[in-house]
Unconditional design. Structure first.
Length: 41
């Protein structure tokens, strides 16, 4: 997952969008997205 996709995912998550919807829109798996979002904590 590149930095642009990660930034977009974080912005969408902050607006309350579900991880499932974000993952589908970005073309990544939910697991990949959870790992990427969790890595920044």
């Amino acid at each position: 997952m590149d930095a642009d996709k990660l930034a977009a995912a974080k912005a969408r998550k902050a607006k309350g969008e579900s991880v499932t919807a974000i993952a589908k829109a970005l073309g990544v798996s939910r697991a990949t997205l959870y790992r990427a979002l969790g890595a920044g904590k």
